[in-house]
Ligand binder design. Structure first.
Ligand SMILES: C[S@@+](CC[C@H](N)C(=O)[O-])C[C@H]1O[C@@H](n2cnc3c(N)ncnc32)[C@H](O)[C@@H]1O
Length: 215
């Protein structure tokens, strides 16, 4: 299995970062590695580990997202769909300390790492959870995500459908998607589902899409 477990490299093993259980993680072992990045003038360091997306580095797509998104508002309820070790959720929480940030993943080690990283950074506004454990009445004012494209089109569509339909009336989602992995057809699909989609940036083969409710 590739150590980096990135959406943008090939995983040669049968286990994927989005489909790991405790046995896989025990087999992989642990070798924590720090990652440092900057976003809107803030410098953050977090720990990554084996078995979680983008081990030992900031993903290229996530870095394009950080270069292209406007700073988040100070307050609101924010969401990172597929938090990995937490790069996006931690950034939102650090830039908007009075907002509440939900960080979701299906990989148990990703959730542990994000919680550990939030604690280490003194961010008490990060709520880490499995997707199914978020109360259905909660709406989101802002979503930033590098979504799990590799789960396949049907699963991706179902993930995006469920979370984007929980945007608040004036809420917006920023999604980074590799052009080769279908950013343009994803944008068309989202339009077909009744969302407004605008391309706010494009770099290194990635597109950043801004998705809002069609009002
Ligand atoms: C492309 S990675 C992005 C990770 C991190 N946000 C980053 O930018 O480095 C996508 C993440 O989505 C997670 N994931 C896969 N299926 C999911 C689902 N149904 N709900 C939430 N997260 C999921 C994967 O485990 C993975 O950590």
């Amino acid at each position: 299995m590739a150590d980096h477990m990135s959406d943008h490299s090939s995983d040669k093993g049968s286990t994927h970062y989005f489909d790991v259980d405790d046995d896989d993680l025990a087999r992989l072992g642990s070798n924590p590695r720090d990652v440092t990045w900057t976003i809107h003038g803030a410098s953050l360091t977090a720990v990554s580990d084996r078995g979680v997306f983008s081990y030992g580095r900031l993903d290229r797509g996530t870095s394009v997202l950080f270069d292209r998104v406007p700073p988040p508002p100070q307050n609101g309820v924010f969401l990172d769909i597929g938090c990995g070790w937490g790069a996006i959720a931690l950034s939102l929480a650090a830039l908007s300390p009075t907002a509440k940030v939900y960080a979701l993943d299906v990989n148990p080690r990703a959730l542990d790492l994000t919680a550990t990283n939030a604690k280490r950074l003194g961010l008490d506004n990060v709520h880490v959870s499995q997707p199914d454990d978020v109360h259905p009445s909660i709406e989101f004012d802002l979503i930033w995500s590098n979504p799990p494209i590799r789960v396949g089109k049907e699963a991706l569509h179902s993930i995006l459908d469920s979370w984007l339909n929980r945007l608040s009336r004036d809420g917006a989602a920023y999604l980074v998607v590799q052009k080769n992995l279908g950013s343009d057809s994803l944008a068309d699909w989202l339009r077909g589902r009744g969302f407004d989609v605008e391309r706010v940036g494009s770099r290194k083969g990635f597109r950043v899409l801004r998705v809002t409710r069609n009002q």
